[in-house]
Design a protein around this ligand. Sequence first.
Ligand code: ADP
Ligand code: MG
Length: 261
Amino acid sequence: MISVQNLDLAFQTAAEEHKVLNAINFEVAPGEVFGLVGESGSGKSTVLRCIAGLYRHWTGGISVDGQSVAGRLTKAHHRKIQMVFQDPYGSLHPKHTVNTTLAAPLRIHSIGDIDRRIVEVLGQVGLPTAARFRYPHQLSGGQRQRVAIARALILEPSVLLLDEPTSALDVSVQAEILNLLADVRRARNLTYIMVSHDLAVVAHLCDRVGVMQQGRIEEVLEVPTLLAGEARTDYTRILFEASRRYDRSMASSLAGAAKTA
Ligand code: ADP
Ligand code: MG
């Protein structure tokens, strides 16, 4: 479904070339949830941006559904891959109602039936119809992230690229949003790549995870292997030992949300 081969990328600053991605390789199967974890600045968001077509100056190969992401991307291709960002407050236009935000991608892609699609997607992400004509500041953090997810889903993509989609939210709300993402993935048979620094998030949603350090993927492992503490590299073990302590409250909150869902 998604194939990344020998992906290299550098940013040119005034003084020097800063190499950010170094021979990144991984494959994601249709319907799989693949996690990317690693310390801040290791290149996780940059990988997502390359796949989404937001960065074009990489070398190597990226393909989605057998179609290369290099060269000129068609509208159909952009429609297929949608991104959800960490901070819904930053990614939603403060002066646009939910309705305006959700109608915009439909207009860009000349898709009709706008009213029906908006009502339908609001229901799918668990927002009340009353939210439709509200502004971002009139919504809670969790509701704003539901709007960002609705905006991604309204184009009926096959891939969601999730960049720390719950890190800006309270722990109890994080669990709700993760459960929503899991439900939506099943209902629509989507493929996800999910960036997170949080072990509980990765364990809850992902099948496999690639561990990044300084622009490289150190190892790719199955989540049960990771949770059993059987990572191959010291780096991965240290990373997860650190997040395990921090994640206890999140794990219990997820268990609570699953029971009430
Ligand atoms: P992560 O998401 O893992 O925290 P990023 O992918 O955002 O890391 O960043 C990886 C590295 O690339 C960092 O060193 C960052 O400073 C650098 N970087 C990211 N975007 C740019 C940019 N547009 N211009 C220059 N450097 C960038
Ligand atoms: Mg990032």
